[in-house]
Design a protein around this ligand. Structure first.
Ligand code: NAP
Length: 290
């Protein structure tokens, strides 16, 4: 069994990005600039945004953090998005989700100029990815594909079962796995799937993104399968200073001995996600897609 080290891979990629940025700057080009909009004080969102700012520093990017209180109106947030769309110094920006309930998230996503949508959530980017055109790809699935590539996990002609059909992980993941060059045969399972276990048992690759700790058990895994665990659920743990630990969707202890490859939680998919946001920002700065 090979443990896929997302932390080390992400560090390598960030170093590659930094090298590229310094080359661009040395040639008189512009240092990429990412802005992040954070609404409210949700603990998870604060951590994600802090880590994104730190990743910008590691990659040699400029970063700007815009903070708003929980009671910001939808109109105010939309005018912030308009300002960022028009700001020529900002190459790409993200609005950290989730947003407070009184704000329509989809409206905000669609207000972002797709050429600056480094999260890859705008319908134009989603659609372009679906038909195989260059575009900003949602960071988590992009990071998973990068891990599969860097670890030479065979995908061509393989049966890949994706657990979960969310817009940010499951759906884009299925598009990427079936695209030409990756060439997997893809099955997507969700909460209404009746044959989920049987599908998993036949899979060469399982990508679990449902948010249910330990859901994928050893009896669901074919010996030699590659397992990618996207799940990150906070479970109470009194032995930790934080009071919780992160748990994946896979029963790691019992599944790991069976597989060819597996990602740990934490340290697998998670670190790759922010790193892919950095790659998207570099691409935005270079006007690579638009
Ligand atoms: P989500 O929007 O809540 O979607 C969960 C999906 O799982 C849905 O499609 C749901 O089916 C399906 N599901 C739920 N319970 C199920 C069950 N018992 N059997 C089969 N399918 C079931 O979640 P998400 O945003 O995609 O995130 C999934 C997990 O990945 C979470 O733990 C999240 O924290 C983690 N995540 C990690 C990263 C990272 O960077 N590491 C990034 C994003 C997400 P229905 O559609 O039928 O409801």
């Amino acid at each position: 069994m090979i443990l896929i080290d997302g932390k080390a891979t992400a560090a390598t990629i960030k170093a590659e990005i930094k090298e590229e940025v310094e080359k661009i700057v040395a040639q008189g080009g512009k240092r990429p600039h990412l802005a992040a909009v954070l609404v409210g004080h949700d603990g998870g969102s604060e951590t994600y945004v802090k880590n994104k700012v730190l990743a910008c520093e590691a990659c040699g990017f400029k970063s700007t953090l815009l903070r708003y209180e929980e009671d910001i109106t939808e109109e105010e947030l939309l005018s912030c998005v308009s300002r960022l769309n028009l700001d020529n110094d900002i190459d790409g920006f993200i609005v950290q989700l989730p947003l407070p309930k009184h704000i329509d998230e989809q409206k905000v996503i669609e207000a972002i100029d797709y050429r600056k949508d480094v999260d890859g959530f705008h319908p134009i980017n989603v659609g372009r990815v679906a038909i195989g055109l260059p575009a900003f790809i949602s960071a988590t699935p992009k990071g998973i594909l990068e891990l599969l590539r860097r670890y030479n996990v065979e995908t061509s002609g393989k049966k890949c079962v994706i657990l979960g059909r969310s817009n940010i992980v499951g759906k884009p993941m299925s598009q990427l796995m079936m695209q030409k060059g990756v060439d997997a045969t893809v099955t997507v399972c969700h909460s209404r799937s009746k044959t989920l276990k049987e599908e998993c048992r036949q899979a060469d690759i399982i990508i679990a993104a449902i948010g249910k700790p330990g859901f994928v058990t050893a009896d669901m895994v074919k010996p030699g399968a590659a397992i990618i665990d996207v799940g990150t659920t906070r479970v109470p743990d009194a032995s930790r200073k934080s009071g919780f630990r992160l748990s994946g969707d896979v029963d790691f202890e019992n599944v790991a001995p069976l597989c060819s490859y597996i990602t740990p939680v934490p340290g697998g998919v998670g670190p790759m996600t922010i790193c892919m946001l950095m790659q998207n920002t570099l691409a935005a700065g270079q006007k690579l897609y638009y």
